[in-house]
Design a protein around this ligand. Structure first.
Ligand SMILES: *[C@@H]1O[C@H](CO)[C@@H](O)[C@H](O)[C@H]1NC(C)=O
Ligand SMILES: *[C@@H]1O[C@H](CO)[C@@H](O)[C@H](O)[C@H]1NC(C)=O
Ligand SMILES: *[C@@H]1O[C@H](CO)[C@@H](O)[C@H](O)[C@H]1NC(C)=O
Length: 409
């Protein structure tokens, strides 16, 4: 059974809002949802084309048979791999538009841009064996880090003949990096520099107000979803898109509903902190779909207070890991040069939890921490009005400095 969206409560609230909005609206119809050329309705490839580049779509097959699509804005410079957050897609690096997106910025500097799409999201559905749903969705972020990333990096090398890449990861995109470089340490040498935005490993100090409730009830939630045949959540759907296109605008009173949704889900305190001109485009492109197992693993991390492999239950843990408790990811094996960006106002990637990571990781080149007074929340690393000055420009400097220092050696 293929579920469009089990985020039921959210949908009910949004349907309610939609009705309210339709009743209240006296102004002219301002939305562009019906315009096929509006950015709201364009996918990653179309967005890249619209802004003057010729995109490529590359299909990578992982060792375990998953079909992962990676989009490329080709150029002669060194390859840069962009890895999105949970339930998101390559869209995340494009929706803020050519002047604010790090991908476009690096592209215009001559870098060869590769945008990953995690297995199971709207652009990367499929398996060579056409598995039944239950089997197909039996993965979490551990498989994305262990299987997808190495396959994608090997693929980039096979096309470009360049053995090393720059890596830009956001949120879960940083988790994947940590998993790859710890469990498959031979890939450390393939990274020129990694820029990790809002890194997520330990979740012991998360400030999310109800993540704890979900975590404590995750076994019940999973068994209910499993029994209903729901193995994936937060699928991209049209209803959500229409509603977001109407409420996520800074120039309508209904924005309070959008404000509420982003405040409750991500701790965003002021909608104007997101890229104001692009709010409608951003909100209509997320979410993009994810397996429930991906969330379950994060809940396990939260409850165990360890950054550990997926907990299969004591019996299977013994078989697979030779211990009753899942082993921790061996962070000290991550020798690739890493640059961290963290904010004190982030609910998910907290300064305290990143401290644990920093104490174990051997090769941290730079560390940037945004203090409380900036009130810089999780989504803002990619979608924020201030991302360009606080994140993108410093990240570009890290990459250019590396490029320069290696070219004069
Ligand atoms: C790839 O790189 C190797 C070594 O750097 C070089 O010998 C070879 O000619 C290159 N191949 C292509 C197709 O550029
Ligand atoms: C949000 O930020 C804008 C612009 O900085 C400001 O005018 C507005 O008062 C803020 N809203 C709230 C609720 O703090
Ligand atoms: C917080 O960061 C801003 C911007 O870097 C800086 O101007 C300010 O002095 C800092 N505040 C504190 C309390 O450290």
């Amino acid at each position: 059974m293929n579920l469009q969206n089990v985020n039921f409560i959210q949908s009910v609230i949004l349907v309610f809002c939609f009705g309210y909005v339709q009743n209240k609206r006296k102004t002219k119809e301002i939305d562009t949802i019906t315009d096929p050329n509006s950015d709201i309705n364009l996918n990653s490839l179309q967005l890249i084309s619209k802004y003057g580049n010729v995109p490529q779509r590359h299909t990578v097959i992982t060792e375990d048979g998953y079909i992962v699509n990676v989009l490329r804005i080709p150029n002669k410079g060194p390859p840069v791999l962009f890895v999105h957050g949970i339930g998101d897609s390559s869209d995340s690096w494009l929706v803020t538009g050519p002047s604010s997106s790090l991908a476009y910025q690096l592209s215009s500097l001559g870098f060869d841009i590769w945008l990953y799409n995690s297995r199971g999201n709207k652009y990367s559905k499929g398996h060579v064996k056409n598995l039944p749903d239950k089997q197909y969705w039996d993965f979490g972020y551990e498989e994305m880090g262990y299987q997808d990333l190495p396959a994608v990096i090997d693929y980039i090398t096979s096309i470009t003949n360049k053995s090393k890449i720059y890596y830009i990861g956001y949120s879960q995109g940083t988790t994947l990096f940590l998993i790859m470089c710890s469990l498959r340490p031979e890939y450390n040498d393939r990274i020129r520099q990694a820029v990790l935005l809002a890194p997520v490993a330990w979740l012991s100090n998360t400030k999310h107000p109800y993540l704890g409730w979900f975590a404590n009830n995750h076994k019940l939630i999973k068994s209910v979803l499993d029994s209903l045949g729901f193995y994936n959540i937060f699928e991209n759907n049209f209803l959500q898109k229409i509603i977001h296109s109407k409420i996520c605008r800074n120039d309508v009173p209904e924005k309070v509903f959008c404000e509420l949704e982003y405040a409750l889900s991500y701790g965003l305190r002021n909608l104007t902190n997101l890229n104001t001109d692009r709010l409608q485009v951003i909100s209509t492109h997320i979410p993009a779909g994810v397996s429930t197992k991906t969330f379950i693993h994060f809940f396990q991390i939260y409850l165990s207070k360890r950054f550990q492999r997926y907990d299969l239950g004591a019996k299977r843990n013994n078989l697979v890991y030779s211990s009753a408790q899942p082993p921790e990811f061996p962070i000290s094996s991550i020798t690739a040069p890493v640059n961290l960006f963290v904010s004190d106002s982030d609910w998910f990637s907290t300064v305290e939890d990143v401290k644990t990571l920093r104490e174990l990781m051997p090769n941290i080149v730079s560390y940037v921490e945004f203090n409380k007074s900036l009130d810089f929340t999780h989504l803002e690393f990619v979608y924020g009005e201030r991302a360009k000055s606080l994140v993108n420009d410093p990240a570009i400097n890290i990459i250019l400095r590396d490029l320069y220092s290696n070219s004069i050696k």
